[in-house]
Design a protein around this ligand. Structure first.
Ligand SMILES: Cc1ncc(COP(=O)(O)O)c(C=O)c1O
Length: 334
């Protein structure tokens, strides 16, 4: 099937702008632009809006009444999914990793304002329990006669990945209209991997000379390069493409995770301050700050060459800044 033939709802404010970052470019010695997918807008915005355009089209077509997904306390994906559920008259149920906090902050506050039912799972039990918990909520809904739909962690599926195939199509049109050659590198954070899978498929179609670089922000039992290759191949099947990926085709930088998923790193925090101070651009401590630290690290190591053109996909996430206020202002102490 052609990309245009896959059912898609219009949720985001697209196309999102591309911003040239002159000060950061001069400081890092590269030609840096940022695709502002933090401005997709819907439900507070971010990368998942693009995935949800495809996933919600499928859910709406199936007459879904209860939409279930999962993520961490500060999951941007869960927040945007809750908003999308409401937009289409569905009830959102979120299975979140972490105990019920005293104060609902950041994304958790927004989940509450979207009226999501939140099922908090003890962090130790989370990885063995997520699928059974989501299945349990789906079974309960079905027993009430309400059609349920489970969106996997991060919306990471072949269908969700179409959002970023569409993003590369959008980018290639924007660059062509501006008369700008395709960038040498396209860089994005990697959480569940769906964004990167979509970028690989999209680049194979529209920007074959651009190298996709993923910066991991979390560890994973199965290496990301393998998981993303599998997802990209499933996406290629959807689009009737012959192209196939193996783990060796997927470049992932694993040195910028810091102490762990959603635990801020010093390099990430420094990148947040640098982007804010040079360009007035907000990054976040869970995803984009670490990914930006990854760009800086690769430039320092030479694995992104000085002078090269780099397009960073800003995936959003600024609601998660607020719960980390204490850490991010530690320089004020004393
Ligand atoms: C702000 C932000 N950046 C990056 C990602 C990672 O995207 P993916 O899960 O597609 O790898 C997420 C995922 O939730 C996100 O919220």
């Amino acid at each position: 099937m052609k990309l245009e033939a896959i059912p898609r709802l219009s949720l985001g404010y697209l196309p999102t702008p591309i911003e040239k970052m002159d000060r950061l470019s001069a400081e890092l010695g590269i030609s840096l632009s940022v695709k502002r997918d933090d401005f997709t807008g819907f439900g507070g915005g971010g990368n998942k809006v693009r995935k949800l355009e495809y996933l919600m089209a499928d859910a709406v077509a199936q007459g879904v009444k209860v939409l279930i997904t999962t993520g961490g306390h500060q999951s941007n994906h869960a927040r945007m999914t809750a908003a999308a559920a409401r937009k289409y008259g569905m009830k959102p149920i979120l299975v979140l990793r972490g105990n019920r906090p005293d104060l609902y902050q950041g994304n958790l506050l927004l989940d509450h304002l979207f009226g999501a039912e939140i099922d908090f799972l003890d962090p130790d039990a989370y990885f063995t329990e997520i699928n059974p918990r989501m299945a349990h909520h789906a079974a309960q809904a079905e027993a009430r006669g309400e059609k349920a739909y489970i969106i996997p962690l991060g919306g990471a599926s072949a269908l969700g990945a179409m959002g970023y195939v569409n993003a590369v199509k959008e980018l290639s049109e924007q660059y062509a209209a501006a008369g700008t050659p395709a960038p040498r590198y396209l860089v994005a954070p990697v959480g569940s991997g769906g964004t990167l899978a979509g970028l690989h498929i999209g680049c194979s179609l529209y920007w074959p000379d651009t190298e996709v670089v993923g910066i991991a922000v979390t560890g994973s039992a199965v290496p990301f390069s393998e998981r993303i290759a599998v997802m990209a191949n499933a996406g290629a099947d959807l689009l009737d493409l012959e192209k196939r990926w193996t783990a060796d085709d997927i470049r992932i930088e694993n040195d910028y995770i810091g102490p762990g998923y959603s635990i801020p790193s010093d390099e990430g925090n420094a990148a947040i301050k640098l982007a804010g101070n040079r360009e007035g651009m907000l990054l976040d401590p869970v995803y984009t700050g670490k990914a930006f630290a990854g760009i800086m690290g690769c430039v320092a190591k030479g694995s992104i060459e000085k002078g090269s053109s780099v397009l960073f996909i800003h995936c959003g996430g600024s609601p998660a800044l607020f719960p980390y206020a204490g850490l991010l202002t530690s320089d004020l102490a004393g």
